[in-house]
Ligand binder design. Sequence first.
Ligand SMILES: *[C@@H]1O[C@H](CO)[C@@H](O)[C@H](O)[C@H]1NC(C)=O
Ligand SMILES: *[C@@H]1O[C@H](CO)[C@@H](O)[C@H](O)[C@H]1NC(C)=O
Ligand SMILES: *[C@@H]1O[C@H](CO)[C@@H](O)[C@H](O)[C@H]1NC(C)=O
Length: 507
Amino acid sequence: MRKLMRWGLLTAICEIIVYLTLSVSYLKHGGRGSLFAIQVQIEDQQLQRASLSDENVLSQAPGNQRHQDYEEKIILFWFVPYGSDRTIPLEYLHEINNVTVNNNDKEIFVDSKICGKCRLTYDRKLISKSDAVVFYAHDVKRRPQDLPQNSLRQKKQLYIWWLQESTAGVPFRTKVVPDFFFNLTMSVRRSSGVHSPYSTLPWILKMLWNKKHGRDIMHFIAREKNVILTDPERLNKAIHSVPVNSFGAANTDLHQTNAELKTLLDYKKGLAAWIVGNCGNIPSSYLRFEYADLLRKYGLKIDQFGGCSGVPFPIASRWDPSFNEVLSTYKFYLVFENAYHCNGYMTEKLWYNALYSGAVPIIFGPHKDDVSAVLPPKSYIHAEDFKTPADLVKYIYYLDKNFTAYAEYLEWRTWVKFLDQNGELLSNVESDKNFEQLSKEQRKTILKYLNPTPSGFCGLCRKLHDRHNSDIYTIKSVNDWWEGTVRSECMDIHLARKQLASKKIIY
Ligand SMILES: *[C@@H]1O[C@H](CO)[C@@H](O)[C@H](O)[C@H]1NC(C)=O
Ligand SMILES: *[C@@H]1O[C@H](CO)[C@@H](O)[C@H](O)[C@H]1NC(C)=O
Ligand SMILES: *[C@@H]1O[C@H](CO)[C@@H](O)[C@H](O)[C@H]1NC(C)=O
């Protein structure tokens, strides 16, 4: 209960921060129009969430909030995400424990105590019954004529603007929908109505916990996405530098103790891996190549895979669990996003290629503020923390030689010992024997980064359950927010280069 109350409070605080941020940007932009008029009763929501978590009271009272929580909400995808392929975007279903995929209709039923109960569907016939209609922004741009008729819109329904790209990647400049069309935004930006990061630290730990207990969520995703799994022989070949017969014991398993961490490290034969396919078709993508060249110039050995190097990564699909197994044989992974300082933009490169695999991320592109909001110190290396590329290379080789110093970057993986049988942070973690032994600083860090804030479709489902019927959400123009409040260097490659040059990071 304490856990959920804390979450409620934190969410409320976040909402206040978002509100303040928006107010400031509203003023900064000369107060043109009402940028974001969101009426949310924060105190009420908080009370509602607190009461939700009170198991005893709830189980005694029929027809109460909990009952309401399990009333199914319908979330309709107006467009099939990413175009033609009828695939459920499983990778964004964070925090969801129990997913039932109905293969014929491609519907997903979500029934989880964190998210509430929701049905995710593509069936447009359900539009009048839907609590939320999700529009993938990229598709809105591509098919503006294919939007629901005005007459179909229901009074209590929320129209959701959803995008998993950076503002530089998809500027959404075109005025394809009239003002006051959407009710909520859902994106990687923290100021979205529903924050939808590619993943979260609690989710990554939970996936690792599940894997340890024989429920490999990667296998589940691979199956649903019809990925042909790599056979063990090919996998062993792919991990050419690792002793074949002992590999299975290490890989991406969770390591609860430092001794177990050492086992993981014994299998790390490679230094730094980088998979990169986009060779620079958007301007800010060039910067990461310049930076990588500088790192090489100062002696960093990078194993580069993908379209730009001509060396294919030995495992074809990133949803094949073997993909992570190969990456886990590297000490570091270059998380070089193809967007510079674009708010909130951190992709599967960070969460799955690096963190989930146990390869320490070396981050270039995402702003430090965005990274430190979601990841604890000593779980990543940020390029802009170093005066020069030469300094970063020196530090990587220092970590390569110093086992203790390197292992500190994987210590977050040992936090699995603070998870309960559902893979969630123990509700009474503060009285846990191991937890009490940690320093005050460490305890604070764990409580801060492992709080289960629902995000992605879990967050949307939660919002649909928590909102009051009288709450009205309106957005005048998504573009005023999406482009109007983004960091300038995200949209301006010359400014980005100037900033990097003045810091001697690129020259
Ligand atoms: C998952 O949900 C289904 C349908 O609601 C239920 O029958 C099943 O017991 C649930 N499984 C778990 C592991 O909670
Ligand atoms: C190795 O790293 C540890 C932990 O950060 C540090 O205390 C120690 O001094 C380092 N050893 C060397 C030889 O630099
Ligand atoms: C959703 O947005 C539309 C257009 O701004 C508005 O008319 C409607 O009242 C909003 N609905 C809710 C439930 O917030």
